[in-house]
Design a protein around this ligand. Sequence first.
Ligand code: ADP
Ligand code: MG
Length: 344
Amino acid sequence: MNATLIKRLFKIISSGNINDLQKIAKTIIEEESKKGHTKLVSELNKILASNSELNPRNTNRELPEKSKDYIDRVDSNSIQEKHFSTLPKNARYDFPLGTYIETTKLEHEMILPNDIEERFKRIEKEYAARDRLALYGLLPRKKILLYGQPGCGKTLGAQRLAWNTGLPLIKVRFDSIVSSYLGETATNLRKLFEVATQSPCLLFFDEFDSVAQSRKSNQEVGEIRRVVNSFLQLLDEYNAPGLLVAATNLDEQLDPAVWRRFDDVFEIPKPGPDELVKLIKMTISSIGYNTIDWEKIVEETNGFSAAQMVRSSRDAAKRVILDGNNIIRTEDLIKAIRENGGAR
Ligand SMILES: Nc1ncnc2c1ncn2[C@@H]1O[C@H](COP(=O)(O)OP(=O)(O)O)[C@@H](O)[C@H]1O
Ligand SMILES: [Mg+2]
């Protein structure tokens, strides 16, 4: 089990929240299943099924007051899941405008420079303390715009925010909203914002580029312009109980009219030397390594995105395992790095 999961498990144990315990049990089982530990998975499933504490609706005995509250939350969670499983559809193509991603399916482990980690944590802390802030007439940061080059963790960042706040993630691709039917786009957008107002969630607009692009450099015509205007208006009016996160690859082209409507705008930068090493260590943590020439590795990965670093580390790990070895060496990493476009 990885360190984040262990820490999360312990936090939940200390809070005694049965609903969260159920979720983490499911995550652990999924992780073990991905590793191919089928025997363990079936044993874990049996243990869960036999434990009435973790299966509160199966038990007839009188529950203490506190547990009743947990059961209510379990129930309200399943209502929420039902709510999000029928998201509004694009009338023309009959596909949902957003995808609901279960909390247990979220990727959330991130390696970031300290200042960026702090910016994520501040959002999470303010959200957790929203009731306390409200007593003083203050609002948490709710509308967040993440930008940066591809593969540095924008999509991952949104998942991490959902994981740490416990909010269901609704992922929206802008291109799925844009419709060639006049006027339908604005309706589609409004429907999504309504869903977010009715039930707390993290509404995530991925690949937000067409809207974030400076309107000056954009051909201000047709549907895109309508999308931009409807979106900006909805963004101004947004007062839902959850969070709204948008992500774009653009930086200097960001339209000031767009970013000033967000409560927090920041870049997820490419990993520096420290982050590159941490990304490798995180990815190969289940395999052994002796002395690795980190300096050489950092030199070879100059300009790498986090995604490239993770992919190279996974490639090296797989090769080592298939070769029947159990130790990753510097040369295994270098080989994979070069295959993934590393500096030569
Ligand atoms: N900061 C990061 N820390 C750890 N892994 C990362 C990070 N950024 C990217 N990754 C890895 O790269 C993959 C792709 O990243 P993603 O969030 O989709 O990038 P983006 O949305 O910025 O293009 C992730 O699934 C993850 O494996
Ligand atoms: Mg992305």
